[in-house]
Design a protein around this ligand. Structure first.
Ligand code: NAD
Ligand code: UDP
Ligand code: UDP
Length: 322
């Protein structure tokens, strides 16, 4: 008999989680998709619901969970500044208590466990591009700290569970990722600009738009997750996963306006506090250890993302509620 791997995806109804569940089902894994629907939606996973290997569980990772699994991808955590600053105490609890519970589960079941960490652990980076050995420049008491420090503490817990309990851990430091099923109202730059451009509303550029980011298309990123999980046990990371192509936010705004044939004007708004000036992953480690690098160019990924938001606006109207 063919034995299916049993895989738990926390935050499975979110943007990245839904793509991951889809890929795992294609590999004929049994997938438990766990979510409390804080930012995720059932709509993201509706197309998977008929699959007999797919199971949905409403649960909050800050509470213990007892299931039997072989692998855990721990993605549960609001990811955009608007969402993670909405209830900052809950954000830190989700990262820290969530990590403790999922690590406890991995310890009991001896499952392999991957943490969705973030480039935010580098804070406003003093070195550029960022490599994994850089310890970061993070404000511990600012408005972004609940997210940044929560994720840093989760990394600490992962490495201590490995040292103390010999767990098989994997830590991915994810850089800005975009694509279909991003939340239309979460304030992240790619979704904001596309939705504004499609509605003919002003494009809101924060600061002077000279800050930079590197944007990875979601399917490239998910391939990185799978390769990391499948890598040998002695490779724990942390490993940067992101696209090293670096763009100013102004360049992104101009690209989106041009690609949507939009009549929107670009307007300037104040730069949020602690907004990092630049960010680009050094992906040497991922290339060497995982044979991974992104393959989808920003323009090509934007085409697919624009198509998605066009459809969303057509189906749900200008409220764009998903
Ligand atoms: P998302 O908000 O779409 O997904 C997060 C999911 O977690 C949502 O479905 C949400 O409902 C769920 N969730 C939140 N708190 C929970 C809790 N306490 N219990 C159970 N479920 C909970 O965001 P995303 O972009 O898909 O991000 C997924 C993961 O990747 C997050 O951990 C995020 O920090 C990390 N990440 C994402 C990016 C990016 O650019 N998208 C970059 C760096 C890191
Ligand atoms: N835990 C869980 N599921 C399990 C095993 C543990 O949710 O299958 C939780 C448990 O409630 C505990 C946490 O994970 O709070 C950490 O577990 P660990 O065994 O490391 O710690 P201990 O139970 O000794 O405090
Ligand atoms: N940004 C912007 N206009 C927007 C939304 C974001 O200029 O409508 C900027 C934001 O200030 C930041 C960059 O775009 O410099 C990326 O923001 P996002 O929230 O997507 O990600 P993060 O700051 O977490 O990298």
């Amino acid at each position: 008999m063919h034995i299916h791997k049993r895989i738990l995806v926390t935050g499975g109804a979110g943007f990245l989680g839904s793509w991951l569940c889809e890929r795992l089902l294609e590999r004929e894994c049994m997938v438990i998709c766990l979510d409390n629907y804080f930012t995720g939606t059932r709509m993201n996973i509706e197309h998977l619901m008929d699959n007999k290997n797919f199971e949905i569980m409403r649960h909050d990772v800050t509470f213990p969970l007892f299931v039997e699994v072989d692998e855990i991808y721990n993605l549960a955590c609001p990811a955009s500044p608007i969402h993670y600053q909405h209830d900052p105490v809950q954000t830190t609890k989700t990262s820290v208590h969530g990590a403790i519970n999922m690590l406890g589960l991995a310890k009991r079941t001896r499952a392999k466990i991957m943490q969705a960490s973030t480039s935010e652990v580098y804070g406003n980076p003093a070195i550029h591009p960022q490599e994994e050995s850089y310890w970061g420049n993070v404000n511990p008491i600012g408005p972004r700290s609940c997210y940044d420090e929560g994720k840093r503490c989760a990394e600490t817990l992962f490495f201590d569970y490995r040292r103390q309990h010999n767990l098989r851990i994997k830590v991915a430091r994810i850089f800005n990722t975009y694509g279909p099923r991003m939340h239309p109202n979460d304030g992240r730059v790619v979704s904001n600009f596309i939705v504004q451009a499609l509605r003919g509303e002003p494009i809101t550029l924060y600061g002077d738009g000279s800050q930079t980011r590197s944007f990875c298309y979601v399917e490239d990123l998910i391939e990185g997750f799978l390769r990391l999980m499948d890598s040998p046990d002695d490779f724990t990371g942390p490993v940067n996963l992101g696209n090293p192509g670096e763009f100013t936010i102004r360049e992104l705004a101009e690209k989106v306006v041009a690609m949507t044939n939009s009549s929107s004007e670009i307007i300037f708004k104040p730069l949020p506090k602690d907004d990092p000036e630049r960010r680009r992953p050094d992906i040497t480690l991922a290339k060497e250890r995982l044979g991974w690098e992104p393959t989808i160019k920003l323009e090509d990924g934007l085409v697919k993302t624009i198509e998605y938001f066009e459809r969303l606006i057509r189906e749900f109207g200008n409220t764009c509620k998903g």
